[in-house]
Design a protein around this ligand. Structure first.
Ligand SMILES: Nc1ncnc2c1ncn2[C@@H]1O[C@H](COP(=O)(O)OP(=O)(O)OP(=O)(O)O)[C@@H](O)[C@H]1O
Ligand SMILES: [Mg+2]
Length: 339
């Protein structure tokens, strides 16, 4: 039995994928079909649409569900450690390699390897990944002996992969191997019928989490949510509900919460075409008074999202523009709930 690392998902009993719109009903059908097969899957879709949730659902619905689902974010991998992360290394392979260490592929043996943000995988590693997919064998860094693994790949990206292939950023042969069964998760704009359902689901999650007796959406708040543009999709909706509940709770004396339009600060939506070089800033007079820590957090959230949207939604480029290490950006973005 191979050791589990922090990259292995906790076992999940159920994957709640909310949505009854025609687009989601179709996606659920496709998930069911592909889960039972052993094909590699490429999941596309905008940020926050639920690609990771889809990956978990596919693994859970597959015969591999009794084995691990291992997660690897390709955007958070500095090129120097990427090969060792994927394929492992032996003691003494490089400075700092003080023990033998299995890579994610070995950890995912007989299970599934979820390669998130696959479009960010450096070209040099794309060739190595292709080899493993073709022959099922790999070598730990510093080892001559080959190991055989049986791994199903589920990859996800919010990039236009065909464009990346045309531009020479992604190998065509690897793209074809990965996208044997492509799935596309629609944006919230394309399934507006699901907004209220999702909002209700997140309200219920909040109610349980905060031990409240009821959380209701006022008709005006409901209309606001239904017409908002949601560039951050389901994740943005989830966070908007959480924030609104916290604000409403601070105002309410009982455990009964009614969410009103003023509890939502959807002005965080960046305009479609911001003037080049200008970041969105709210006039200071319109800002709510809160702790410096919370205000800083909100600014980081808005500003990183702004730079990300303006760098073609490429995390590596965002890190370069912000002049911070991609790994640190990845961690910060996760902490802020941007990823
Ligand atoms: N259909 C859904 N039902 C319930 N929750 C959902 C649904 N879709 C997404 N979510 C929730 O929204 C959040 C974002 O989803 P997820 O992390 O899967 O998005 P993603 O497409 O991987 O985003 P990114 O491209 O930024 O990595 C998660 O908390 C997830 O549980
Ligand atoms: Mg994701």
């Amino acid at each position: 039995m191979l050791p589990r690392s922090s990259g292995v998902f906790e076992p999940i009993k159920e994957t709640h994928m909310i949505g009854l719109s025609p687009a989601m009903t179709q996606l659920k059908k496709e998930i069911e079909i592909v889960a039972g097969s052993d094909l590699n899957v490429l999941i596309g879709g905008e940020t926050g649409t639920g690609k990771e949730l889809v990956a978990k659902a596919i693994h859970q619905g597959s015969p591999r569900a009794v084995n691990p689902l291992v997660y690897l974010n390709c955007a958070a991998l500095p090129e120097t450690v990427a090969e060792s992360e994927l394929f492992g290394h032996v003691k003494g392979a490089f400075t700092g390699a003080i023990h033998d260490r299995p890579g994610k592929f070995e950890l995912a043996d007989k299970g599934t390897l979820f390669l998130d943000e696959i479009g960010e995988l450096p070209l040099s590693l794309q060739a190595k990944l292709l080899r493993v997919l073709q022959y099922g064998d790999l070598q730990r860094v510093g080892e001559d002996k080959a190991l055989t693994v049986d791994v199903r790949i589920i990859a996800a990206t919010n990039m236009d992969m065909r464009k990346a292939v045309t531009e020479g950023k992604f190998r065509a042969d690897l793209y074809h191997r990965l996208s044997v069964f492509p799935l596309f998760v629609p944006s919230l704009q394309e399934r507006r019928d699901d907004i209220v359902l999702l909002a209700g689901y997140f309200c219920e999650k909040c109610r349980i989490k905060f031990g409240l007796s009821t959380i209701a959406l006022s008709p005006a708040a409901r209309a606001l949510l239904e017409t908002a543009s949601w560039p951050g999709n389901v994740r943005e909706l989830e966070h908007a509900i959480y924030r609104a509940v916290i604000i409403a709770q601070a105002e309410s004396r009982s455990g009964e919460i009614v969410l009103l339009p003023q509890h939502f600060s959807l002005e965080g939506e960046t305009p479609a075409d911001p003037a080049p070089g200008t970041a969105p800033t709210a006039p200071l007079t319109s800002l709510p008074i809160r702790s410096l820590a919370e205000a800083t957090r909100q600014f980081q959230y808005d500003y990183i999202r702004y730079v990300y949207e303006n760098s073609g939604k490429v995390w590596a480029k965002t890190a370069r523009q912000l002049e911070i290490d991609p790994g640190n950006l990845h961690r910060l973005a996760r902490k802020l709930g941007l990823k």
